[in-house]
Design a binder for this molecule. Structure first.
Ligand code: NAD
Ligand code: MG
Length: 389
């Protein structure tokens, strides 16, 4: 039996995770659920999955959740705040943690799970982008198992030899081909991009996701963060990670080998597939996702990304090659800019401009410890805020 903590259970990934778990009550029990503000949804999830603990973002939310659970006769205990998130991510009562909080807010609990040697299912790419080597060191020191949920990385994981660990022996891997849909603005005239609305930006052509990652997909910062994520997960240098635009999102990513073989993983754009794959690994379980109909899809298209249309992708490659604290600075500036765009305080093209300004202004250095990284995250947010007007 796997006992699971779902960090961010009310989000898009969290809900898909619970959908898969509910299909296999013989294998999985929920140990803890967490949400930031959506207390009513969390109460309904607690009633259905009866976790030991539920964690929310504030004492007011905890009071509200406590009252709702009492009304429903649910015995789940209620906690709030970051320390409680870290506690449920590292508790003895759970062996598997779905890390599905969005953004830097997920770093502390995801790291706590890694340090506690859990099976960590990583959706929260920002946590790994920020902390890179420190996160991977924590995984190796504790013997935690790290399995990627991001559909591209899960696809790559499936296309690599089993037990793959990059070392001087690269197992014949020549390149990682990270596919990208190109988002909603792939063919829109570049000079009209500054007038796009948040509604247009979050309307992803293939995937239904949270608002932040949807905007990241429209700027292609999402792919940039994924390049950095792939670097850490698979130990590949930036020069071996290539982004390929594939608008249909049928191929979720590929691995090219030195003998000329390219292995791809295909499927419908539904996150329950990578979630089920990671939950049951190395077994396979039903996820509720139907098989693809290739004849109906007909054609698959590919093209190279254009850095002028998608400057955020270039900024992310630059941050990866700068190394150290640069990816944490990039991530923090992006989070502030995306939030400001969603609040209609800045235009779409201001997102990449603000990130570039913050990257120029803040000197990046070595990432020696988490406290130092969090300080860089704070400074980058402060700098990004100063450019909002
Ligand atoms: P979402 O916005 O739908 O959900 C976010 C969850 O995090 C919610 O449960 C929310 O309560 C919680 N949360 C938000 N702010 C918080 C805070 N400050 N403290 C604690 N909890 C907080 O996001 P999502 O689309 O489910 O994405 C979650 C993560 O998974 C992101 O890192 C995203 O990049 C990654 N991801 C998502 C998808 C997808 O298809 N949605 C695909 C690949 C990767
Ligand atoms: Mg992805």
């Amino acid at each position: 039996m796997q006992y699971i903590t779902v960090l961010g259970s009310t989000g898009s990934i969290g809900v898909s995770t619970l959908d898969v778990l509910a299909r296999h009550p013989d294998r999985y029990r929920v140990y803890a659920l967490t949400a930031h503000t959506r207390v009513e949804e969390l109460a309904a999830q607690c009633e259905r999955f009866q976790p030991e603990v539920a964690v929310v973002g504030s004492s007011a939310a905890a009071d509200k959740l406590g009252a709702l659970l009492k009304l429903r006769g649910v015995k789940t205990s209620v906690e709030y705040g970051e320390a409680a998130l870290c506690a449920v991510a590292s508790a003895e009562g759970c062996n598997t943690v779905m890390a599905a909080i969005v953004g830097a807010a997920g770093l502390a609990p995801t790291l706590a799970a890694a340090r506690a040697g859990k099976k960590v299912l990583l959706a929260n790419k920002e946590a790994l982008v920020m902390s890179g080597q420190l996160f991977m060191d924590a995984v190796h020191a504790s013997g935690a198992t790290l399995l990627p949920i991001d559909s591209e990385h899960n696809a790559i994981f499936q296309c690599l030899p089993s037990g793959y660990q990059r070392s001087p022996d690269t197992h014949g891997v020549a390149k990682i081909l990270l596919t990208a849909s190109g988002g909603p603005f792939l063919s829109r005239a570049v000079d009209t991009l500054d007038t796009v609305t948040p509604e247009e930006a979050v309307a992803h052509p293939n995937w239904v996701m949270g608002r932040k990652i949807s905007v990241d997909s429209a700027t292609m910062m999402n792919k940039g963060l994924e390049v950095i994520e792939a670097h850490w997960l698979f130990g590949a240098p930036a020069s071996q990670i290539e982004v390929v635009i594939h608008p249909q999102s049928v191929i979720h990513s590929m691995v090219a080998y030195v003998d000329g073989s390219v292995l791809a993983q295909l499927g419908n754009p539904d996150m329950r597939t990578p979630i089920a794959c990671a939950l049951a690994y190395p077994e396979r379980i039903a996820s509720g996702v139907s098989a693809i109909d290739l004849a109906q899809i007909g054609k698959l298209a590919f093209q190279r990304p254009d850095f002028e249309r998608f400057p955020c992708l270039k900024l992310a490659y630059d941050a990866l090659s700068a190394g150290g604290t640069a990816p944490a600075i990039l991530n923090a500036a992006n989070e502030v800019a995306v939030q400001a765009f969603l609040e209609r305080r800045i235009g779409f093209r201001a997102i990449d401009r603000i990130i570039a300004q913050v990257m120029d202004r803040l000197p990046h250095g070595a990432a020696n410890d988490i406290d130092g990284l969090l300080e860089q995250d704070r400074l980058a947010r402060e700098a990004a805020h100063s450019y909002l007007f």
